[in-house]
Design a protein around this ligand. Structure first.
Ligand code: BGC
Length: 737
């Protein structure tokens, strides 16, 4: 039994078994806004409970909310405080929309560059993902909403996500994939969502070792474990493994449909998406079947009690149980049930813009950027009339307002601005488009308004032509070309190339224009085959509603491009999962044979000839920094002096990587990120930066001893990226543990 308040224990004695069963399985939300809903128990003052999707913004059905940049963009800031600010803002919006729990953050690592949900996650690196996830959890909890870290664990691909088994060894799980979840637990996360996939043969909802033993017993997680939607595999297996809440608990769509369509009934992309969806008719495993299993002695009544205790514990924590709100966490002293939240406030709009600008990565710059105010600019690209809000699926957010690239540049520029789409619009891709029977439902949904608002007007409404774009580029001083990829949950990308004729467009413009800047909106790594032919490249990820405004502020130098890559960009076919056995897998199994060598850990390994196109941690500033006086303060801190030697302000992300001792008893990555700090420096300013190294930064996971620090000489590299080391210092560990 966990520490639990007297109030919760009292409720547990008063609840009947029927009432307890009502609290472990979701229902339809009578208001129709929640993604998951529990009816509560009126008689005892246990209120209704609503869970709602993130992690980009709040996706309450039929409602609008701020469309923040995607988590990968937030990760690119390398600033956990921003993840916290975003978490808090999303939580205020959730509250304003009557929701109690957010289905965010997503903490899976980016193992495969093709994964259709990379934009919902943070990084290929566990330290970045851990710190950002912990920041998001803290922010969400600051506002008395329950955070749900997802999808536990090794859910790294959308292809076959509901059936595939991630075959992954214990060291790799511990050193990579489990770490962000553990960090979320250490940050006090209220809920953990199990993944659809299997791990080493066992479905995650039923995984007694990873859910029961590791998450709950070893890490001491005392919140509740919720299934992914229709991702409860069994009644007895899941209940005994440690699953506490089945969601959504009711079948998708029409009650009369008891057949879930098979992918064969669809074609092309729709068939692929259907292949990535769970069976939406399978629901109610924690209703009568759970009661029967308890009667049959297959699940103990204590387990049901524990499920409810965990849920009530969270309700109480967010001030949701009558008479339990304390004065400190309320504004009025009358109980935080009265917290109203805040939706689409000026502060949230500004935050959406600040995050998008801060996360933008300057991949290349031959000096064309920042643009002078008077520059004549041609704004080119198939989707310049709409903001890139995100990819498709459960994270789709419908904003109240948004700024397209064309609008953003027009508003900021003092020179002439022409626009030309050049090639056909890249249409959005969404799993909801193949699921007419689930999700948004109403035809006049906010998302559709957003799309129609994006239709081009005036001369640019004509059929787009590459030669018209080339002409516009030739007449301007600088051509800024906006390109994007196309992704959705439930489907991986087939290729890392940009869809449609966008590469041809960039090439044609680059050949004609004096200067060409390309702004890429993508879910993760993409191939940029024309990168040597252009003058600057910005990676903007999915910037959300503030798209054009944020990008303009970076293009014109109002905001320094302070994003750094949280994921390696590399030529297709060179990543560690590029064999079919590894990804997407063979015979239902994806072999994580690369072990701990994913992302930069792979490209740095001996015997790997391929070079990253842009390494992990890379990104230029408009300023320039010099590093000196690196010293080891103690085993957890490295100090370095950083000077902005440019005549303009800028922001640097100072990174510390650890190299293990030569004598390591097992093969270890060449370097692993151990700490980082984003620092703003005025022109000429010098600052001493203390880099806090992760508690497990020197460690490795030993199968017998657990986390182990070997004695020896470690090297700490102070760097601007995994491939741009500025200082090295030694760190002696005399006696390991
Ligand atoms: C996704 C989850 C999401 C849930 C509810 C699932 O398809 O994997 O991330 O929270 O749906 O929409």
């Amino acid at each position: 039994m966990h520490d639990s308040s007297a109030r919760v224990e009292q409720l547990l004695t008063e609840l009947t078994r029927e009432e307890k069963l009502r609290l472990v399985r979701g229902r339809d939300d009578p208001e129709g806004t929640a993604t998951g809903y529990l009816p509560g128990v009126d008689r005892l003052g246990i209120p209704e409970y609503r869970l709602v999707d993130g992690p980009l913004g709040v996706r309450a059905e039929g409602k609008r909310a701020t469309a923040f940049p995607a988590p990968i963009a937030v990760a690119a800031t390398f600033d956990p405080d921003l993840a916290r600010e975003k978490g808090a803002a999303m939580a205020r919006e959730a509250r304003a929309l009557g929701q109690d729990a957010l289905l965010a953050p997503g903490a899976n690592l980016i193992r495969v560059p093709h994964c259709g949900r990379n934009f919902e996650y943070y990084s290929e690196d566990p330290v970045v993902a851990s710190r950002l996830a912990a920041g998001a959890v803290t922010g969400i909890h600051d506002e008395d909403v329950v955070a749900t870290v997802k999808h536990y664990v090794a859910n790294n691909q959308e292809t076959d996500r509901v059936t595939v088994s991630s075959e992954v060894d214990e060291r790799t799980l511990r050193e990579l994939y489990l770490r962000p979840f553990r960090a979320a637990v250490e940050a006090g996360v209220g809920s953990v969502m199990t993944a659809y996939n299997r791990v080493n043969g066992m479905h995650m909802s039923d995984h007694s070792r990873l859910v029961g033993d590791v998450l709950k017993d070893e890490w001491g997680f005392d919140g509740y474990v919720v299934s992914d939607w229709y991702g409860t595999e069994s009644t007895v297996g899941a209940a005994t493994a440690g699953l506490d809440l089945e969601m959504p608990g009711v079948a998708a769509g029409d009650e009369s449909d008891d057949q879930w369509p098979s992918p064969d009934e669809f074609e092309g992309e729709a068939a692929e998406i259907m292949g990535g969806l769970p069976d939406g008719t399978r629901a109610g495993l924690f209703s009568d079947p759970l009661a029967a299993a308890i009667d049959a002695g297959e699940v103990s009544p204590d387990r049901l009690e524990d499920m409810v205790r965990r849920l009530l514990g969270q309700l109480e924590r967010v001030g949701h149980l009558e008479g339990t709100a304390t004065d400190e966490n309320t504004d009025s002293g009358a109980g935080s049930l009265e917290r109203e939240g805040a939706l689409d406030t000026p502060a949230h709009r500004r935050l959406a813009e600040r995050l998008a600008a801060r996360g933008t990565v300057l991949l290349e710059n031959d000096g064309v950027l920042p643009l002078a105010d008077e520059t004549d600019v041609a704004v080119i690209g198939p989707n310049i009339h709409e903001a890139t809000l995100g990819g498709g699926g459960s994270s789709e957010t419908s904003p109240f307002q948004s700024t397209s690239p064309a609008e953003g540049i027009r508003a900021r520029a003092n020179g002439g601005v022409t626009v030309a789409r050049g090639v056909d619009t890249i249409p959005a891709l969404s799993l909801f488009d193949v699921l007419p029977f689930v999700g948004d439902g109403e035809d006049e949904s906010a998302a559709e308004d957003e799309q129609s608002a994006a239709e081009p007007v005036g001369i640019d409404a004509a059929e787009p032509r590459i030669d018209a774009a080339v002409e516009a580029a030739r007449d301007a001083a600088v051509a800024v070309v906006f390109v994007r990829d196309r992704t959705t949950e439930a489907k991986d990308r087939d290729s890392l190339r940009l869809p449609g004729e966008q590469d041809e467009l960039v090439e044609a413009v680059a050949a004609a224009a004096d200067e060409t800047v390309v702004v890429v909106a993508s879910s993760g790594p993409v191939e940029l085959p024309w990168r040597d032919d252009v003058d600057a490249i910005l990676e903007a990820w999915y910037p959300g509603q503030a798209d054009g405004a944020a990008i303009a502020s970076v293009l014109y130098g109002d905001c320094d491009p302070s994003g750094r890559l949280p994921v390696t960009f590399a030529p297709a076919g060179t990543d560690p999962a590029s064999e079919q056995r590894r990804y997407p897998g063979v015979d239902g199994e994806a072999q994580y044979e690369e072990g701990v060598f994913i992302g930069y850990r792979h490209f740095d390994a001996d015997g790997v000839d391929a070079e990253p196109t842009y390494p992990f941690g890379h990104g230029h500033s408009y300023a320039e920094f010099s590093y000196r006086d690196a010293t080891v303060v103690d085993e957890r801190t490295v100090r370095v002096t950083v000077e902005n030697v440019a005549d303009r302000p800028g922001r640097e992300v100072v990174q510390a990587y650890v190299r293990p001792p030569e004598s390591s008893p097992v093969e270890r990555p060449t370097r692993e990120l151990a700490g980082f700090e984003s620092v703003a420096l005025e022109a000429g300013e010098t600052r001493t930066v203390d880099l806090d190294l992760e508690s497990r930064a020197l460690g490795r996971y030993d199968l017998e001893r657990g986390w182990t620090v070997d004695p020896g000489t470690y090297t700490v590299e102070v760097a601007r990226s995994a491939r741009d080391v500025h200082k090295t210092v030694s760190l002696e560990v005399e006696r390991g543990d």
